[in-house]
Design a protein around this ligand. Structure first.
Ligand SMILES: Nc1ncnc2c1ncn2[C@@H]1O[C@H](COP(=O)(O)OP(=O)(O)OP(=O)(O)O)[C@@H](O)[C@H]1O
Length: 484
């Protein structure tokens, strides 16, 4: 401990963790002190989730030491961490879906048992949700499985900041806003700033660099299992962060040049409440609005309308990138390659037998194009970091020949460098005549679309095209139900 700095809540020294030949942590030293928000950034697979698992007590490093409040600990695990007020919101949501929000709260807070626990648990979680997400509208007696992915993420965050005897001191948020729209994300970040100003500590992991720059007091950059930079937030800019992460800074203007699609045929349409939905050949159509206002439902309707034939088609009419990767995306017991090729077996098989060489070649091609970080595509999909799993789901959809690609907030957890690559692939494929219907909770992505439908309470309430696709217009329509 140096000088008059307060003692670290948790300090990890020279931690090393390997998974087989992969060095997930290669000698990481990190101390988190009271009253600071540490922003943790790095490419997909850099080791961010691994270091927070060590701090959270979920993973014991193969080498290195852990101290808490100044004492080196011989034994440190999840229970010891919890007793010290260390909490973690994981990237993959971890609540029990068949239990209610109140029952999940009871599981988290062991001390809440005994007569009248339901009432106490309800008070605990409602107090916290009201503080972090004022006006959230989530009834605590609902089953978690019935909640949207955004609501589940809100409950996880509310849970982490809740106090049922042991107050939270260090809250680790691993991509907490990946399913939240901009206004919910801002509510959470505002709460984080208050929490830190009152002496609490937060580790914030996000690939949305603005969130890190606006909220963190210190920013730590990881690359290939090591910390490569650790400086006060004020010393960083968007550009210097991207460079430190090892990505190439691309110029502005990701927006596509306006193209005349007037003569292009409509390839997919759907009626419903509000305006009808329509998308043309080669068009990138965005679905915007506050999270959970009917965008995913629209994607499912579009998918059902194009796949309801009695006989399976050889040529897919539509493909889908699922939003909730653990629930609808990955086949957990399969390899990375099988997860990727399952979408295009028709193209890879001859007389019902898959051509293994063609399959391997396709896998290698996508591994290179979007930098899927693995030593072997035969490894299980769950050996990949969250962002790399997401890349596989992308490759699965984009490598098909389906003329329409439906995407349910597909960039969750994907790093800045890869996002630029994917934007470029989407642009090229759209120019070649492919149609994209893209729901995104990130404004930057919505603004890449040719045309955008804004959703509110299950209905399309506004349509914006070309230069009118701006953050201002989308927000105005999301809140008031009409374009500005
Ligand atoms: N259970 C596991 N088995 C094998 N390898 C693993 C396992 N968990 C993590 N790894 C590997 O360790 C490395 C670090 O992964 P980690 O999840 O910490 O990355 P990350 O920085 O959090 O990435 P992301 O931004 O995608 O979440 C990756 O190469 C990953 O493939």
């Amino acid at each position: 401990m140096t000088g008059d700095k307060p003692k670290a809540i948790v300090e990890v020294a020279d931690a090393k963790v390997s998974f087989g030949a992969v060095k997930a942590l290669d000698g990481v030293t990190l101390a988190i002190r009271p009253g600071e928000c540490v922003g943790l950034v790095g490419h997909n697979g850099a080791g961010k989730s691994t270091i927070v698992s060590v701090i959270n007590g979920g993973l014991t490093p193969h080498q290195g030491s852990i101290s808490a409040d100044g004492d080196i600990l011989a034994h440190y695990g999840i229970n010891a961490a919890r007793e010290r007020g260390v909490r973690c919101v994981f990237q993959e949501l971890s609540l029990c879906p068949n239990l209610t929000v109140v029952e999940n709260t009871r599981i988290l807070h062991r001390h809440l048992g005994g007569f009248g626990w339901r009432k106490r648990a309800k008070e605990v979680i409602e107090r916290s949700l009201d503080a972090v997400f004022p006006g959230h509208g989530i009834a605590s007696d609902r089953s978690v499985g019935e909640l949207s992915i955004a609501e589940r993420q809100m409950v996880e965050i509310g849970m982490a900041f809740s106090d049922a005897g042991v107050a939270p001191r260090l809250v680790i948020l691993d991509e907490p806003t990946s399913s939240l729209d901009a206004s919910l994300a801002e509510q959470m970040l505002t709460y984080v700033r208050h929490f830190v100003a009152a002496g609490g500590s937060v580790i914030l992991i996000s690939h949305i660099l603005n969130e890190i720059l606006s909220t963190a007091s210190r920013i730590v950059v990881m690359k290939d299992g090591r910390i490569v930079a650790d400086r006060p937030a004020a010393d960083w800019t968007d550009q210097s962060l991207v460079e430190a992460m090892g990505s190439v800074v691309k110029g502005e203007a990701h927006r596509r040049a306006t193209r005349d699609l007037a003569a292009a045929p409509v390839v997919i349409e759907q009626g419903g409440r509000g305006m009808p939905f329509r998308a043309k050949r080669g068009e990138i159509v965005g679905l915007a609005g506050l999270a959970g206002h009917g965008q995913t439902r629209m994607l499912m309707k579009l998918h059902a309308a194009k796949t309801s034939d009695w006989l399976p088609r050889r040529d897919l009419a539509v493909t889908f990138v699922a939003g909730d990767r653990r629930l609808n995306g990955v086949f957990e017991l399969w390899s990375i390659l099988k997860n990727l090729s399952i979408g295009s077996l028709g193209d890879l098989a001859k007389r019902g037998v898959v051509n293994a060489a063609a399959e391997a070649e396709r896998g290698a091609d996508w591994k290179r194009r979007i930098d899927i970080r693995t030593q072997d595509l035969a490894n299980r999909i769950l050996s990949l970091s969250g962002g790399n799993q997401q890349k596989v789901l992308f490759a699965r959809a984009l490598s098909t020949r389906a003329p329409v690609v439906l995407m349910d907030d597909p960039m969750r957890g994907v790093d800045v460098g890869t996002k630029q690559e994917v934007y470029e692939i989407v642009r090229q494929q759209a120019a070649g005549g492919r149609t994209f219907v893209w729901y995104s909770t990130e404004m930057e992505e919505v603004c890449l679309c040719d045309r955008v439908y804004v959703f509110r309470e299950g209905a399309i309430v506004a349509e914006l095209a070309g230069g009118a696709v701006t953050e201002e217009n989308i927000l105005a329509a999301s809140f008031r139900g009409a374009a500005a």
